[in-house]
Design a protein around this ligand. Structure first.
Ligand code: MRU
Length: 349
């Protein structure tokens, strides 16, 4: 059931499925310059925390493998510029910084045995590393899917938020991976998909992915979430994450927090599905998670069409759900439950 491939390493460059144009058009863009790939992350050609991590990994490998540096010292200086460029793309998705730090460690280790004038082995090793990151994402999603499917009802409705699918991870998805494996293993589910204003990842991407896989869904607007949690016998909610603090507080797409509050009111279990790379155990709570502020035009306009007068508009891209509202955090290493301070530490080791 792997119908969607948002990113691929090829001899010609890094190929991205342009998510800005879905579902109307399926267009692939090939990137040969790391700066353009970094701009593509910022512009949402590829998005979703784990997929951003894969894109940064491939982008750093692209920059290093196409560098004109003649010596190791020159390459080291350029490598720093490349990493800094990716670090400035999206501030909340911690998988981005996880990938950058992984490549910094790898570069340092390889540089210890590299010759000043023979850079090819190091360049090839970083390309391998990027492909390894991609393979690990695929495997993590499968494992998350298996752990999470066991938590979903055998039949009935489930709800998600934004797009935490194949498009967002480069595997089968985290939240949608859980739903995919549940359906594959016989659960009879219907997915309630909120549109996810302002960028419409639910309407454009999650609805598209589920429809492609023939998983039953109903698209709803964001302001219908409370109504359906009250009246539609929703058995569970499963969402992805952009950054999870040491105490389990979770940043995810704006609108996730009110959904979790409503879930508590209506006694619907609220699950977060995310790989270990989305944990940020360096920060004690969600208060320290940086929230990306995106352009106000995403609020005043829908798909380029103005829907509001020329007024001030707020656009925080994420909100933080306190861990007390989260029934479990599903990772590729197992399911964490409260107290998250302990359970997440154990899984991360
Ligand atoms: O702004 P986006 O589209 O990158 O936000 C994506 C989300 O909030 C996802 O839910 C999150 O990254 C998890 S993706 C598996």
């Amino acid at each position: 059931m792997r119908s969607v491939e948002p990113i691929r390493w090829t001899e010609d460059g890094v190929v991205l499925l342009d998510q800005r144009r879905l579902p109307s058009e399926v267009v692939h863009l090939t990137y040969t310059d790391y700066r353009e790939l970094a701009a593509a992350i910022k512009d949402m050609v590829i998005r979703g925390a784990p997929a951003i991590g894969v894109a940064a990994a491939m982008g750093i490998a692209l920059g290093v493998s196409r560098s004109r540096a003649a010596t190791l010292d020159e390459l080291r200086a350029e490598f720093k510029t490349i990493c800094d460029t990716f670090a400035c793309t999206r501030p909340t998705a911690v998988d981005l910084f996880w990938a950058i730090q992984r490549f910094q460690r790898k570069f340092d280790a390889l540089a210890q045995n590299a010759a000043q004038n023979n850079l090819e082995p190091l360049q090839l090793a970083l390309v391998d590393e990027a492909q390894q990151v991609h393979r690990e994402r695929v495997a993590a999603d499968e494992a998350i899917g298996k752990f999470g499917a066991a938590l979903l009802p055998a039949a009935g409705r489930v709800m998600t938020q934004c797009n935490a699918g194949a498009l967002a991870t480069a595997g089968i998805g985290t939240a949608l991976g859980v739903i995919r494996i549940a359906v594959e293993t016989g659960h009879k589910l219907e997915v309630l998909v909120p549109e996810t204003r302002p960028y419409l990842q639910g309407a454009r991407l999650t609805a598209w992915e589920l429809h492609q896989d023939k998983i039953p869904l109903t698209l709803i607007t964001d302001n219908m979430v409370g109504h359906f949690l009250k009246t539609a016998a929703v058995g569970a909610i499963v969402v992805g994450a952009d950054r999870i603090a040491a105490n389990g507080d979770t940043a995810n797409k704006i609108g996730t927090y009110p959904m979790a509050v409503l879930a508590r009111e209506h006694k619907v279990p609220f699950f977060v599905a995310a790989p270990i790379s989305t944990l940020d155990l360096s920060i004690p709570s969600g208060d320290q998670i940086p929230i990306e502020q995106r352009p106000s035009a995403e609020v005043t306009h829908v798909q380029g069409v103005r829907v509001a007068p020329d007024v001030k508009a707020a656009n925080p891209a994420f909100d933080v759900t306190p861990s007390r509202l989260i029934a479990a955090i599903i990772t590729e290493r197992g399911v964490a439950r409260a107290p998250y301070q302990d359970s997440l530490q154990r899984l991360a080791k």
